[in-house]
Design a protein around this ligand. Structure first.
Ligand SMILES: [Zn+2]
Length: 352
């Protein structure tokens, strides 16, 4: 059955992926510039923008760009799905997406939050101070610290310090049961984790560990469940009816706001919200390098992750990007934004 995606867009009547063109991009940029610089200057800047585009050949390249033109340079995998049926729209490197396991980095933080929220152990208004790092004393991935941070901001900036404070309240088995409920891990996987020292358990619960390893498509299906009314699919053939998981409406709202802020000025900002015609939800992750089959490599490299959903207010399409080497904010998010743009331009088939 053909899926109708026409309801999915932020501007229903004037914007769907068929009408996205250079004009739309330019209009969005114009509005952004206008907001910052005022009407007069933005008109001039737009003229300069068009001149620059003409010189670079951007307009024609944008429309000629197809999946095959950029994916060969992309070392990793991606999966794009219709989140309401679970059906795959497009994928790249099925072995990476469906078979191999990698540490998920900060993508796992949302599921720690889910389980603590379920137990009534989260106060969304609570602010925690993320201090700057001093010498060897590292508090967060951002050495400058995130300062006073509430839950939404902690999600947007993926604040390790905030989530470590949350992890202190969590029982490891409860966390693992939540991951199993979302089918991110299977239930027989518990034993190796419970032998870890408590400090390592807490790092595992915020994604700062190579001990937990998952297949990318399971992470995407679990995230999709948060935004599709609680339907958890266990395949991407579109035939599975899915099981239901109760997602508290307030929690969903907070996660949405955090992922929205992430796309605007948080860790997902390089996904290019300013050139997408609909609002984006994004979350990045960076994790220790593994070989995809459970072995951890010591070369200091990292994997980059990005999950994205559009449109933000009622997502219908979900994407996961996994970069073999790189990080979430500077690599996976950039590729993720390009893939969503390509989908909006009609480069991938709708699910059938
Ligand atoms: Zn922080």
């Amino acid at each position: 059955m053909n899926q109708d995606f026409s309801h999915c867009f932020y501007r229903e009547t004037s914007c769907n992926r068929d009408c996205l063109d250079l004009e739309t991009d330019a209009l969005l940029i114009y509005r952004l510039v206008e907001k910052v610089m005022g009407h007069k200057h933005s008109f001039l800047l737009l003229a300069v923008f068009f001149l620059a585009l003409t010189c670079m050949g951007y307009g024609s390249d944008l429309h000629r760009t197809k999946q095959a033109d950029f994916l060969p340079d992309f070392n990793g995998g991606m999966l794009l799905i219709d989140i309401n049926s679970g059906r795959e729209i497009a994928s790249y490197r099925k072995d990476v997406i469906y078979e191999r396991r990698y540490s998920p980095g900060s993508l796992i933080k949302v599921f720690l939050l889910y389980d603590l929220w379920r137990q009534g152990l989260v106060d969304p208004a609570q602010k925690i101070f993320c201090p700057p790092s001093r010498g060897r004393e590292r508090y967060c991935w951002d050495v400058a610290g995130h300062k006073e941070t509430d839950l939404r901001r902690a999600i947007a900036y993926s604040c390790n310090h905030y989530f470590l404070k949350l992890a202190e309240r969590e029982d490891l088995n409860s966390f693992l049961r939540a991951l199993a409920a979302f089918r991110i891990i299977s239930e027989e996987n518990y034993n190796p984790y419970s032998k870890l020292p408590r400090e390592e358990q807490e790092k595992l619960m915020i994604g700062d560990s190579s001990c937990l390893q998952v297949t990318p498509y399971k992470i995407l299906l679990a995230y999709s469940c948060i935004f599709n009314g609680g339907y958890l699919f266990d395949s991407t053939d579109g035939k599975n009816p899915g099981t239901r998981i109760h997602i508290d409406a307030e929690l969903k709202n907070i996660i949405s706001q955090g992922l929205r802020a992430s796309a605007i000025n948080g860790t997902s900002r390089r996904a290019g919200q300013e050139v997408l015609p609909c609002w984006l939800l994004g979350k990045t992750g960076t994790s220790p390098y593994t070989n995809g089959y459970g072995m951890v490599s010591n070369n200091g490299a990292t994997h980059g992750w990005f999950v994205g959903f559009i449109p933000a207010d009622n997502p219908c399409v979900g994407l996961i990007v996994f970069c073999e080497k790189g990080n979430g904010a500077n690599d996976a998010a950039v590729i993720g934004g390009r893939i969503l743009h390509l989908w909006l331009e009609g480069n991938f088939e709708n699910p059938r």
